[in-house]
Design a binder for this molecule. Structure first.
Ligand SMILES: [Zn+2]
Length: 467
């Protein structure tokens, strides 16, 4: 099998993946802040992490995959300003912060299932790991990396000579920015909160804990350092996230972890997924440009067609979401599903001779930093090949699907999508026919045809398929 090459943000090049030890590969993925719906841009990061894990498995590695749930400490501004997103959502939704977390965690996990994202080895919640975070902050304090101001305990980035290497941060330009804007109570513009003190203004927080520095709550970055290393060790193999995590969140995770644990590098391979764009902008809740999985499913897009759409681009390539792009992906995905059903039910064989060529090209595409567009091209070539019989095509396809996760390998999942809107129209047409309103019934049939739906009258009633 080919050697697996991964693009490491730390070194800005593709490197051969070599695990730290003989056991399972340790992999940590930054999870969601559960104060609202995760939009499709967020979901791209989780499908990407799932792809990394599946490819590692495909190349023979066991993976110990940890994903966190941020249910406290993520402020509305990533740079330690603004309100805690959970407390804000609790007020907005008229629930407790704990109820908000439970509600949106469940929605998120359901969305993951619909996208065939495999369960991690362990989910971990920030609020379940407060003592671990306090202990890590105390270690950093004992080593002289922190200072306390009236807002809380801060990491002093001027004490860390390697600060910002992951992001290639230009600290000098930050210093200039500081002279213009000021940094409040911080010593340096890049310093970040490890522990935020609850304000003594009478507005009691719902989520706060005692600590050696006073009542308060952990900063956002410390949870990922404390939890990942609790479950994966003080150094581990792979950390994933979105490119938006590079300049602040992951930069700060590295600074606090390398100094608390006395290791460098803390994580060997940093993998980052690119943006999903919408209307030429990065999808963002604050700008109101978000689209959720529910939104597209309501428009008749299969959730796995969205997964297929994501696989058509390399994970480091920015993608644009549009109706046309989703419709195109859906059409291809459904064509692939139909092929899979046909192949599965056929016993026509031409012998295994030509299989190896397709398999090795598929493997090489994945080994080259998870090149899924190329892997999908091999899938289609195999499906259309004259050198392969149906038996061989099905065998290849179901093997490839272990990585692609498109539900092709699992025959039970190959049930055509039931689109509520189409079903409703068909029922309306039935009612019109029963009432002998043939004009209306023909009109609905024409509308469905325009949507690419083919109706067939059978003795068991009307059947439909996408034509
Ligand atoms: Zn994180």
């Amino acid at each position: 099998m080919s050697e697996l090459m991964l693009y490491n943000t730390l070194t800005r090049r593709k490197e051969r993946f070599e695990p730290l030890g003989p056991g399972a590969v340790g992999m940590y993925s930054c999870g969601p802040t559960v104060y609202s719906h995760q939009h499709l841009g967020n979901m791209r990061a989780y499908v990407f992490a799932d792809l990394v894990k599946r490819v590692l498995g495909y190349f023979g590695h066991d993976v110990n995959h940890i994903v966190n749930i941020t249910d406290v400490g993520h402020l509305t501004d990533d740079a330690d300003a603004g309100e805690d997103k959970m407390e804000e959502a609790a007020r907005r939704e008229g629930m407790t912060a704990w109820e908000v977390a439970a509600k949106w965690t469940a929605v998120f996990e359901e969305d993951l299932k619909r996208l065939h994202v495999l369960e991690p080895s362990r989910w971990c919640k920030a609020t379940d790991h407060i003592p671990e975070q306090i202990e890590m902050i105390a270690t950093l304090e004992a080593k002289g990396f922190t200072y306390t101001n009236r807002d809380g305990v801060y990491f002093d980035t001027s004490k860390e000579p390697h600060y910002g290497e992951l992001a290639r941060l230009d600290l000098e330009s930050q210093e200039t920015q500081e002279r213009i804007e000021g940094v409040g109570d911080k010593r340096n513009p890049s310093d970040f909160a490890l522990w935020k003190l609850s304000k003594a203004d009478g507005n009691k927080r719902q989520m706060e804990w005692e600590s050696p520095w006073g009542n308060g709550f952990p900063g956002w970055h410390i949870e990922c350092s404390a939890m990942s290393s609790k479950y994966l060790g003080e150094t581990f193999d792979i950390h994933t996230g979105g490119v938006d995590h590079i300049p602040v969140h992951h930069t700060n995770e590295i600074a606090q972890s390398e100094n608390a644990f006395g290791v460098r590098p803390w994580v060997r391979y940093w993998l980052h997924g690119a943006w999903l764009m919408f209307d030429n902008e990065k999808m963002s809740k604050s700008k109101g440009t978000t689209v959720t999985l529910d939104d597209i499913v309501e428009h008749g897009i299969d959730s796995l067609a969205y997964r297929y759409f994501l696989l058509t681009a390399h994970y480091r390539q920015q993608m644009s979401l549009s109706d046309a792009a989703l419709d195109g992906a859906q059409a291809s995905y459904q064509r692939l599903v139909r092929h899979a059903i046909e192949l599965r039910d056929s016993d026509e064989s031409q012998g295994a001779a030509a299989m190896e060529g397709f398999k090795s090209r598929f493997d090489r595409a994945l080994a080259d930093d998870l090149n899924t567009p190329q892997a999908l091209a091999v899938v289609w070539e195999a499906v259309r090949s004259n050198d392969l019989g149906a038996v061989e095509k099905w065998q290849l396809l179901s093997g490839f699907d272990v990585v692609l996760g498109l539900g092709l390998a699992d025959a039970n999942l190959l049930v055509p999508t039931i689109d509520a809107e189409i079903e409703a129209k068909i029922q309306e047409r039935e009612a019109a026919r029963a009432a002998k309103d043939y004009a209306r019934s023909d009109e609905i049939r024409d509308e469905l045809i325009a949507d690419g739906i083919v109706l067939e009258d059978t003795p068991e009633g009307v059947r439909w398929r996408r034509g």
